[in-house]
Design a protein around this ligand. Sequence first.
Ligand code: BV8
Length: 248
Amino acid sequence: MSDEAHLEHYIERAAKILRAARAPLFLSGAGISAESGIPTFRGTEGLWKNYRPEDLATPAAFQRDPALVWDWYNWRKRLVAEKQPNPAHHAAARLAATLPNLMTVTQNVDGFHALAGLAGILEMHGNIYRTRCPSCGDIAENRGDIFADTPCAACGKPGLRPDIVWFGEAIPAAVLQRIYERLNVCDAILVVGTSGSVYPAAGFAVEVRRREGHVIEINVDENHRPYANDIYLRGAAGAILPRIADLV
Ligand code: BV8
């Protein structure tokens, strides 16, 4: 069977599994936004000036040098603002509209799933356009550049931080509870564009597999295999996900 015929066969199988699933789950990572021109975290191009995300996306880094961390997030906000969701984001929105039971979760903070019309997706790591005030807890939409001395609109104090979950910080409990409740009954997970290197998200597919649910993965490379999947669709999310959405 040719590679294309092989891929087509498993795309059809994946669509069949998702259509029949009682409690499907969708999880995306930075790879789903790669074709929008947003660098991934662990791709060759890295994210920024050779800093590792693990070194910048932490409370300690923000404590140590809030201006540097805001430089990074302002740079990413401006980059995201210039880009658009790609066919993979639009296909994910079609899947969510077609599969009423599909729970959708993203590790990404770029807001592209919502921009592509996927309402209600769980942004488990937060959103790059929101800020949180450590003094009064106010959460606000802030699309412009933020600086270490930018005052909170609610209490006027400086020190705003991105409303994003950094390494070493807990995923918001309500979000994680909804995801684990779904994992307890999930019979099929579709994992798109993630290296499976950040927890707890990296453990979701492992849990579905442990319960003998289906794991369908779309990824351009096969170097990482944090879990055994039963369907691995090698290729770009923007090319493969629309083909699944067409068949579901
Ligand atoms: C927590 C926001 C506990 C920042 C991010 C075990 C259990 C629990 C925790 C841990 C654990 N082991 C270690 C930890 C700690 C840590 C962790 O996982 N560390 C890693 C480095 C080992 N986890 C945490 O700290 C988490 N918190 O568990 O808290 C706790 C409990 C109570 C009280 C206190 C604490 C929080 C993790 C969240 C970190 N924040 N993002 C920001 O974005 O600025 S994570 C960051 O990495 C992004 O969100 C990103 O999405 C995420 C994962 O990366 P990927 O999305 O997978 O991206 P990556 O570049 O790695 O891969 C891209 C993939 O796409 C590749 O496979 C590539 O091949 C593929 N691809 C590329 N192009 C395409 C493509 N595929 C398809 N099509 C294409 N075109």
